[in-house]
Design a protein around this ligand. Structure first.
Ligand code: PHE
Length: 367
């Protein structure tokens, strides 16, 4: 019957000509809606004698399918065109200047770590790292602190009660950066000249102690290394870091299981405007000494644990609190505020991202 063909052909033409999605939807309703023309054709099937319906039925259904397919195809084409147009008009010019200045600030701990890396890089030190989740062997045993060693008690260690290291022994949060000494010697052998900055953990909390804090470890292993090298290195580092030539050190005998002899290092300070400022000899009038770091010559037992022959290799090591260095240099007095995440504190004490420490501009460059 030609009225079906005419209807289908006309529908195809108007679908192809539909200018937008709204017109297309209106067309769908006139064709396939409850009162639509194709729907009306379908309704005629019921009144047909069976032999006519057998012929007309498939033709009407085919027309409806054809129209449905044409509607879908046109809809896809219109949507694709709309998307193309949006993509062409909604461009973003990344070369335009920003409307707001960036507000982020570099945390003093990050800034100080960058300063330290810069100073030590100049002395030929590489930066090494190790895991914060350590095993008992690297954190204690290989540092000459066997299971029963009393020094272990001083570390207030956080243990993982349900986890064991691959070779046996407990897992823990490292209590100092010294296990990086072990990892570096075991993996690289000798000679070694590294610093290892990072987070350490001890179960301790008050105005000057937080359960997480930062240390930087130094390790030098070579032939003929002696205490003089240690003293020169620390002096050079502290003068560069505090940007003062009158930094005076006092070396005191001390004890760490992993160094022998062990040396505690004090720095001289004077009072300026009610505040302790580093500089001068602690023995001068109006001056005093403050304890700054632990160090010493690497204990031969530690070298042996790492597979190095102490007859051939010697070295020194030191460990400093990074947060403490930041507090001293930038006059901050509450350690807990470091880790409160208070934006006002960070805006006040933080550094500009552009303030990259370099030796030529001064590692403490600050407007
Ligand atoms: N690891 C020691 C501590 O945390 C510091 C130290 C490092 C001492 C290296 C000597 C040598 O107290």
């Amino acid at each position: 019957m030609s009225d079906i063909d005419t209807l289908a052909a006309e529908a195809d033409r108007s679908i192809a000509a539909a200018p937008d999605l709204m017109a297309l939807e209106a067309l769908r309703v006139t064709l396939l809606g409850k009162q639509g023309s194709i729907s009306a054709l379908l309704k005629t099937l019921g009144a047909m004698p069976p032999e006519v319906r057998q012929v007309e039925g498939p033709r009407i259904h085919a027309a409806r399918e054809g129209v449905t397919a044409a509607l879908t195809a046109r809809k896809d084409a219109l949507e694709a065109a709309a998307l193309d147009e949006r993509l062409a008009t909604e461009t973003l010019d990344l070369t335009l200047p920003a409307r707001e200045t960036p507000r982020g600030a570099i945390h003093p701990v990050s800034q100080v770590m960058d300063e330290l890396a810069e100073i030590f890089a100049d002395m030929g030190f590489a930066v090494a790292t190790g895991p914060e989740i350590e095993d008992d062997w690297h954190n204690f045993t290989a540092l000459n602190m066997p299971e029963t060693h009393p020094a272990r008690a001083m570390h207030d260690t956080f243990y993982f009660p349900d986890q064991m290291a691959a070779g046996g022994g407990k897992m823990l949060l490292r209590t100092h950066t010294s296990p990086v000494q072990i990892r570096t010697m075991v993996s690289q052998g000798a000679p070694v000249r590294i610093i290892a900055p990072g987070r350490v953990y001890r179960s301790d909390s008050d105005a000057t102690h937080t359960p997480m804090f930062h240390q930087i470890e130094g390790l030098v292993i070579d032939k003929g290394i002696h205490l003089g090298h240690l003293k020169w290195t620390l002096e050079t580092f502290l003068k560069a870091f505090f940007e003062r030539d009158d930094i005076v050190l006092r070396l005191r005998p001390s004890y760490f299981p992993f160094t022998e002899p062990s040396v505690e290092v004090d720095v001289g300070w004077e009072e300026v405007g009610g505040r302790r400022v580093l500089g001068g000899s602690g023995d001068d009038p109006g001056h005093g000494w403050m304890e700054l770091l632990g160090s010493g010559m690497v204990n031969p037992r530690v070298l042996e644990f790492c597979g190095l022959d102490p007859a051939e290799w010697q070295g020194f090591a030191f460990g400093v609190g990074v947060d403490r260095l930041a507090m001293l240099k930038y006059a901050m007095d509450d350690l807990r505020a470091f880790f409160d995440g208070d934006l006002r504190w960070l805006r006040h004490y933080g550094f500009s991202a552009l303030d990259v420490p370099t030796l030529s501009t001064g590692v403490g460059a600050r407007a």
